[in-house]
Design a protein around this ligand. Structure first.
Ligand SMILES: Cc1ncc(C[n+]2csc(CCOP(=O)(O)OP(=O)(O)O)c2C)c(N)n1
Ligand SMILES: [Mg+2]
Length: 890
């Protein structure tokens, strides 16, 4: 083409392009898609051989994945469904508008559901299966900000009352209200999965889909056609958690998983990718990860243009417009579209010459077209071999018109005036008369009306209402004595760590007839760290395809055994993924009706600190199970240093209302706590989960003192009373590995004439909660005999000063000071950790036996029980440097 003038070259290229496309069309008309694919592959190979470097494309053209000729007709009554959808739209909008009129600033979201109404309604009418479908019942993660629409549908279905709608975001009203977002904690018969901390929903959904496979591969549930649906926002995909594990879903071939991403191209402040295309970016990510990607970009109105687009001009135009511009099209009128979208090429303009500006404005995008959405869902549900993501293009605030359709302020729109309401009503044909519109009244079609009958019939056919949370798992009545009894005896001269003890308990639980199968050990690539490798062989590591290789350590006793019915969830290095498995396992009693008992063991610093928001969501989801913070304690974990040494997690755990946190020192304490936990959570249906720190420091485990059980659970018991009750008196409290330092201090103090009792504090958090519970009762019942907190009952009348030491923040024991009623000093590990050995660390953080003794003597002196000379002498002997650097700030 070298000698051809540029204009001719362009013309020739056009002809050539057309010829090639016609050839392809010809092959396609023969109806053989395989042939077309082979042809294109052959072309690509030839081009590659000729040295052509085709640019890498992870994306497909900016058009619908499902071609019109592949579609099936809509199975429902479009007319009735549109009317129903309009009413849902209206009520969703009205509940937010009214809530904000009543209480300015109460919030709520109109525009998210406005954009996703079709995505939900098609699913409600044709796909979502309810609990009556048994094992086929779907698991649905609703986009949190769309909840007004979900409630509004519940209202039409008759399962949510008008009063409840009025009480949206007023949960504390006497007649009860509706929570802002999906919170199973607040609406336990309705919501199943919390989603509104963005990014957590998609990750939890992936692990949920994987957990369903795990349960069925292990024979705990029947295989089924159940799907896990996760609805999320396009802006939400910027959260690392949202896309962080998509490759796992493909690797595990989770064809029971469907993501629906509502691509309204906007987030809260503005466009998600104003200068790019979020849909193409997501397509590349998901395709690259191995997902089946279905793009739903254009409504049916566009089919005819694409059919006439023989030169590929329209497809090219669609692909070059950036999201910021597409957003603009949603706001501007038809003339603007004609000029700016179609007007770039006369041939494009020609295509729409017969249409008015209003017609142009009326061309819908794919996510608002039920037929496109239906066909996408249908394909997703039928897809096998991997997960599917539907990228549905929608318009944020669809139908709000001037009040905020497609505008940057749309997300914040919560109020509408009479004119706005009228416009919305007219657009969707909602039967509310002019004289009532200003009040934004709710509207429910009469019982027996065609709309009401239709939607009830559809839900009936699909297994009942969704969402609905039910608990079908029967309470366990485990008799676990034989599992735990041996740990009450102590180790008799043998040293062990609480981590080793835990692993031994876990192994015994796994062998237990009643609960063995239900135990789910979860590790994020730390099994060897915690000495759990013996379990690999014993119960196997779960792998959906078994083990297709011979492991390198096959010849050894503890080889790395992967199996299809393996019990351990070895998650690899992902605490976020592991906690998602924990949540799936810990809520299986409601999701699947199976009481699985998860034990998720992790490096304690990478628990609450790293995935704290997931733990919060776990509590909201009413999770049960055990979190084990392994190799915990700022000074007990030697060597690892600043990032690993945890002195924080118990304080963080205190903030989670249903989390019971324990810092046990001895085997019997651990045994009592776990046995009691299983009984309470699974036998008595208490809504709680446990966080237990375990250590790797080895020492002899003593036998359980008589009568200690109750105190272990409540958080405090006397472990070792002073040998003599004479002389100066003190109460020393220790917990976790630091208890041993405290016991040594008890001996050190004898020399200075101090008789100290030693207490083990297994849970400062539980003591704190008990004290506040009692204090509150006293406050509310001023004329009745005051009750006494457990900690006061235990220590209030014990003689002498109190010194409490733990491997965690000083704030742990500090919070109890005012209930103890006597001078108290606390020692703890505030500050950054160091790479060192235990001895040096405990000296640095001032939590060893010498500091416990020094703190006791100093307090006795301040209280006037001990002379300055004795303290001075003791400080010398104990080698206490008063000018030592403060570890809290060093
Ligand atoms: C972790 C987290 N960060 C921030 C927010 C606040 N927030 C709520 S909605 C929203 C924008 C959502 O945009 P998108 O995901 O695109 O959803 P859309 O409403 O557009 O469907 C933000 C930032 C949140 N809920 N969670
Ligand atoms: Mg968005």
């Amino acid at each position: 083409m070298k000698n051809i003038a540029p204009a001719d070259a362009a013309a020739l290229e056009t002809i050539e392009t057309r010829e090639w496309l016609e050839s392809l069309d010809y092959v396609l008309r023969q109806g053989d898609k395989g042939r077309a694919i082979r042809l294109l592959e052959a072309l690509r190979a030839r081009a590659r051989l000729a040295g052509l470097r085709l640019p890498y494309v992870a994306t497909t053209p900016y058009i619908n994945t499902i071609a019109p000729q592949e579609q099936v007709p809509y199975p429902g009554d479009r007319d009735i469904e549109r009317r129903i959808k309009s009413l849902v739209r209206w009520n969703a909008l009205a509940m937010v508008v009214r809530a904000n009129r009543e209480s300015d600033g109460i919030g709520g979201h109109i525009s998210t559901y406005a954009s996703s109404a079709t995505l939900y309604e098609v699913a409600f009418n044709h796909f979502f299966r309810g609990k009556d479908a048994g094992r086929d019942a779907d698991i649905i993660y609703f986009q949190g900000h769309a909840s007004p629409g979900i409630y509004a549908r519940g209202f039409l279905e008759g399962r949510i009352s008008e009063e409840q709608l009025r009480n949206f975001r007023h949960e504390l009203r006497p007649s009860g209200g509706l929570s802002s977002y999906p919170h199973p904690w607040l609406m336990p018969d309705y919501w199943e999965f919390p989603t509104v901390s963005m990014g957590l929903g998609p990750l939890m959904a992936i692990y949920q889909a994987r957990y369903a496979r795990y349960l069925s591969n292990r024979g705990l549930i029947e295989p089924a056609n159940q799907k896990v649906w996760a609805f999320l926002g396009d802006g939400e995909t910027d959260e690392p958690e949202a896309l962080g594990s998509i490759s796992l879903a493909a690797r595990e071939k989770l064809d029971n998983l469907i993501f629906v991403i509502n691509c309204n191209l906007q987030r809260l402040d503005g466009p998600v990718r104003g200068n790019g295309q979020i849909i193409q970016e997501l397509e590349a990510n998901f395709r690259g990860a191995g997902w089946n990607v279905i793009k739903v970009l254009w409504g049916s109105d566009w089919d005819e243009f694409l059919a006439r687009d023989t030169d590929g001009l329209l497809v090219k135009r669609m692909a070059e417009v950036v999201d910021g511009e597409y957003q603009r099209y949603a706001v501007e009128d038809g003339a603007y579209l004609r000029k700016h979208f179609w007007g770039v090429d006369p041939r494009l303009l020609d295509m729409v010459r017969h249409l008015s500006d209003d017609d142009l404005k009326g061309l819908r995008v794919g996510g608002h077209d039920p037929i496109k959405v239906y066909n996408a869902y249908r394909a997703a549900v039928a897809h096998t071999g991997g997960p599917t993501v539907i990228l549905a293009r929608t318009i944020k605030g669809y139908g709000l018109g001037e009040a905020g359709e497609g505008k940057n302020i749309t997300h914040q729109q919560k109020k509408m005036n009479e004119t706005d309401l009228k416009t919305f009503r007219d657009r969707f044909g909602v039967p509310i008369p002019d004289d009532r519109i200003a009040d934004a009244p709710f509207y429910r079609p009469a019982e027996g009306s065609s709309e009401s009958q239709y939607l009830l019939e559809r839900r009936h056919a699909l297994g009942g209402f969704v969402p609905r949370r039910v608990v079908t798992a029967p309470a366990l009545k485990p008799a676990l004595g034989d599992v735990f009894d041996e740990f009450h005896k102590g180790t008799e001269n043998r040293k062990a760590s609480t981590t080793m003890v835990f692993v031994k308990m876990l192994a015994k639980m796994l062998r237990n007839e009643e609960i063995g199968k239900l135990v789910v050990p979860i590790v994020p690539d730390e099994a060897r760290t915690f000495g759990m490798e013996s379990l690999f062989r014993a119960v196997g590591i779960y792998s959906s395809i078994g083990q297709v290789y011979e492991p390198v350590d096959m010849a050894t006793l503890l080889y790395y055994k992967e199996a299809k019915d393996g019990q351990i969830l070895e998650e690899g290095i992902t605490e976020a993924g592991s906690i998602s498995s924990f949540i799936a396992a810990g809520t299986a009693y409601s999701t699947y009706g199976v009481n699985t008992i998860p034990f998720f063991i992790f490096y304690s610093m990478f628990g609450f600190q790293r995935v704290g928001d997931f733990i919060w969501a776990a509590a909201d989801a009413r999770v049960r199970g055990f979190l084990l913070g392994g190799t915990a304690g700022r000074t007990t974990l030697a060597g690892e240093g600043l990032q690993h040494q945890d002195g924080n997690s118990h304080t963080l755990a205190l903030s989670v209302p249903t989390c019971r946190a324990y810092d046990p020192a001895y085997a019997y304490e651990l045994a009592v706590i776990i046995e009691d936990g299983i009984r309470r959570m699974y036998g008595e249906n208490e809504q709680a989960f446990y966080y237990i720190t375990v250590m790797n420091e080895q020492y002899e485990m003593p036998p359980m003192p008589e009568g200690a059980r109750d105190g272990i659970i409540k958080g405090l018991y006397q472990f070792k009373p002073a040998a003599s009750k004479t002389g100066k008196r003190a109460q020393l409290i220790g917990s976790g590995a630091i208890l041993n330092e405290v016991i040594k201090a008890q001996t050190l103090l004898i020399k200075y004439g101090v008789s100290a009792d030693v207490w083990s504090a297994t849970s400062y958090n539980e003591l704190y909660r008990d004290a506040h519970r009692v204090e509150r009762w006293n406050l509310l019942h001023p004329t009745e005999k005051p009750r006494v907190p457990y900690v006061t009952e235990s220590l209030g009348s014990a003689p002498g000063v109190v010194v409490a030491a733990s491997d965690y923040l000083k704030s742990q024991p500090d919070v109890l000071a005012r209930w103890i009623g006597k001078p108290m000093v606390t020692l703890g590990t505030d500050g950054f950790g160091r790479s060192e050995d235990r001895g040096a660390l405990r000296n640095f953080f001032e939590v060893n036996d010498r500091y416990v003794a020094a703190a006791t003597l100093a307090t006795l002196h301040r209280e006037g029980h001990l002379g300055a000379d004795v303290v001075g002498q003791a400080f010398k002997e104990l080698e206490i440097d008063p000018e030592k650097v403060n570890p809290a700030h060093a």
